[in-house]
Ligand binder design. Structure first.
Ligand code: HEC
Ligand code: HEC
Ligand code: HEC
Ligand code: HEC
Ligand code: HEC
Ligand code: HEC
Ligand code: HEC
Ligand code: HEC
Length: 273
């Protein structure tokens, strides 16, 4: 009798555990541990509602699905996700890593379009027939008019730069219209990843830069490092109206090395003094 009772309790726990293990994950996207570029992250779940602590930009309900568009800062987030369904509440936390650019991605990027199961789960609504218009349905930030548009960017033709439509875009796509810099090249330019400094979809800064000049250079060169290394002009007001890093340095490289300077060393100081 006692044995049966004990089995009953055990059986109940087992049945619950099985039910939990078999219940499909209500969160369709993103998968846990995903690495993403940019700050906009869309969570999609089969539910009545999704609740979380992050800043919500937009909530879209379509049929039995909810899309929650979040704005996340750089770094690792352990997002609490509370999935509200008709008869139950599921807590399904997600780990999401947000990177400003590929430079910082150590683990491989999650390639959304290469995961067949993900694409088919979404394809019922986001069908391919719409072509580039279909792309803009998910990548809404690529559709708008940015403050500084890129003349070479056509929102109707993603394939102009993205191999096979949704694949990576490489520097060779830029080389079709922009003559390559010659001479000794600045390392990140030589690598050919223009996105380290520019957003070719359009940006809010001139020259389509992804950050203010001092911050941009500072992502890889800390002032401590180059001032200690003997930066000859450490007492210059480098982040002022008169001088930025670009007043003296060429960002892609050029004929004057070391330093990728704008003028030859023997005439350099006399340009301004
Ligand atoms: C069903 C929604 C959806 C549609 C439609 C869609 N994408 Fe995506 N795409 C995503 C998601 C989600 C990611 C993952 C990164 C993110 O969240 O921004 C992604 C990532 C990307 C990436 C980055 C590379 C990668 O795999 O991580 C590129 C480039 C891209 N999409 C281009 C396109 C183009 C071009 C089209 C149209 C042919 C398109 N996408 C259509 C949802 C979509
Ligand atoms: C039931 C239909 C449906 C399904 C399934 C669906 N979506 Fe959507 N999705 C939509 C609709 C409709 C919109 C446009 C909403 C709007 O802005 O009006 C949208 C918009 C989006 C956006 C843009 C949100 C924004 O404003 O930035 C993304 C990203 C997205 N979907 C990703 C996905 C992903 C990833 C999946 C699969 C896991 C998916 N969707 C499955 C209907 C669906
Ligand atoms: C179809 C041709 C075309 C392609 C491809 C193209 N561009 Fe452009 N781009 C232009 C034109 C035209 C301009 C405006 C004229 C100019 O400033 O050279 C421009 C301007 C720019 C500017 C701003 C220049 C400034 O001083 O404000 C940057 C930065 C830039 N492109 C980067 C890129 C990158 C990075 C790529 C590759 C991902 C790329 N472009 C691909 C045609 C193109
Ligand atoms: C002028 C060239 C160019 C065009 C046109 C272009 N892209 Fe891109 N895109 C790039 C480059 C360069 C990257 C960096 C990707 C890489 O490193 O592989 C990128 C990255 C992306 C990413 C991932 C990072 C991010 O910014 O979210 C998405 C998503 C994306 N593109 C969507 C699109 C869509 C959708 C279109 C069409 C509406 C489009 N792109 C058209 C050059 C372009
Ligand atoms: C280390 C950061 C960095 C990288 C990487 C980089 N750029 Fe630039 N680029 C800049 C900055 C900063 C400027 C603004 C220059 C100025 O104000 O004189 C610029 C200017 C430009 C311009 C306009 C002026 C000119 O020289 O024609 C174009 C076009 C351009 N970049 C294209 C590219 C392309 C294409 C790539 C990739 C092959 C690339 N850049 C990689 C930082 C970078
Ligand atoms: C994505 C990272 C990255 C960014 C952003 C970046 N750099 Fe660099 N830079 C490097 C690397 C890597 C080297 C070569 C490594 C070294 O020798 O220290 C380098 C080298 C240099 C050098 C020394 C060249 C020499 O050896 O004499 C100068 C000067 C320089 N960068 C200036 C700048 C300026 C100015 C900016 C902003 C427009 C900038 N960098 C942005 C990565 C970057
Ligand atoms: C007034 C002109 C001027 C300004 C402004 C300036 N630099 Fe320099 N920088 C130089 C000169 C000159 C050198 C020495 C080049 C050489 O090695 O001969 C140099 C060297 C460097 C080096 C290489 C140092 C080393 O030890 O290898 C880096 C990195 C660098 N600068 C980054 C920057 C950054 C980032 C800024 C903006 C915050 C900046 N510079 C602003 C003139 C300037
Ligand atoms: C692109 C213009 C430019 C170049 C090139 C330049 N400087 Fe300057 N320099 C300035 C500006 C602007 C100031 C700050 C305003 C001032 O004091 O005149 C400054 C300030 C200085 C000061 C501080 C003056 C004071 O009163 O404290 C010294 C020292 C100096 N520079 C030396 C040099 C040397 C050495 C070189 C060559 C390696 C050089 N500069 C190259 C623009 C430049």
């Amino acid at each position: 009798m006692r044995r049966w009772k004990r089995f009953g309790v055990f059986g109940f726990i087992l049945a619950q555990a099985l039910a939990q293990a078999q219940a499909p994950d209500p969160v369709l996207y993103p998968p846990s541990g995903v690495h993403l570029l940019g700050s906009r992250v869309t969570v999609v779940a089969e539910a009545d509602d999704i609740q979380t602590t992050a800043q919500v930009l937009k909530k879209v309900r379509t049929g039995s699905f909810v899309h929650l568009v979040l704005s996340l800062s750089r770094g690792k987030h352990e997002l609490p996700l509370v999935i509200v369904q008709k008869d139950r509440v599921v807590r399904q936390p997600r780990i999401v890593h947000v990177f400003p650019s590929r430079h910082y991605v150590e683990a491989p990027l999650f390639a959304f379009h290469e995961d067949k199961s993900m694409v088919s789960a979404c394809a019922s609504c986001h069908a391919k027939e719409a072509g580039t218009k279909g792309c803009l349905r998910c990548h809404t930030d690529k559709a708008g008019q940015p403050e500084v548009p890129h003349e070479g960017y056509d929102p109707e033709d993603c394939g102009a730069c993205h191999q096979n439509g949704t694949g990576p875009a490489t520097a060779s796509a830029c080389a079709e219209c922009h003559e390559a810099t010659s001479g000794r090249l600045h390392a990140p330019y030589a690598v050919g990843d223009c996105r380290l400094c520019h957003d070719p979809h359009g940006a809010s800064r001139k020259h389509l830069l992804t950050a203010e000049v001092t911050d941009l250079c500072g992502e890889c060169h800390s002032p401590e490092e180059y001032v200690k290394g003997g930066h000859p002009v450490s007492n210059h007001p480098v982040n002022s109206k008169e001088l930025t890093c670009l007043t003296c340095h060429r960002p892609h490289g050029g004929p004057f090395f070391p330093g990728h300077l704008r003028w030859a060393p023997e005439v350099f100081c006399s340009q301004c003094h």
